[in-house]
Design a protein around this ligand. Structure first.
Ligand SMILES: [Zn+2]
Ligand SMILES: [Zn+2]
Length: 137
């Protein structure tokens, strides 16, 4: 069964025809901007299984690793929906808050925990990676 989701205003909708590869909680400094102070929850899919309708903005940045990142968001309501690295175009990370059924996203790891503020609530039941994890696939 397909996985579906949208931005807050529904101008962007997507449908995914593959199960998630992995879901990770990310506390990197960039995610703290996107997550309004918290970390973000990101579910990874094969990019060719994700079908998107609607207009997206694309914020391009270069990570410390040298990776060129694209973060895509709804031009109407600003909701961040997707991120991808140019070096791994076969993977698309979906911001889990945009899934119609949030239960689809079950984090298995917390990454970039070293950048989390001291007050951050980080699950004790998940393994932590202090920085960049190995590639998702
Ligand atoms: Zn929107
Ligand atoms: Zn992050």
């Amino acid at each position: 069964m397909d996985i579906t989701g949208s931005c807050l205003c529904k101008a962007v909708r997507y449908r995914i025809s593959a199960p998630p590869i992995v879901t990770r909680v990310c506390w990197c400094r960039v995610c703290q901007y996107l997550g309004a102070g918290s970390g973000t929850v990101n579910t990874c899919f094969p990019s060719d299984a994700v079908h998107i309708e609607g207009r997206l903005g694309d914020y391009r940045s270069v990570a410390d690793s040298g990776n060129v990142m694209h973060r895509r968001f709804c031009l109407a309501c600003g909701t961040p929906l997707f991120s991808a690295a140019e070096s791994r175009p076969h993977l698309l990370f979906v911001r889990a808050g945009t899934l119609d059924d949030p239960k689809v996203a079950k984090p298995s790891v917390t990454i970039w925990s070293s950048q989390a503020p001291s007050w951050a609530c980080i699950s004790e039941s998940l393994p932590r990676v202090p920085g960049q994890p190995p590639p998702a696939g």
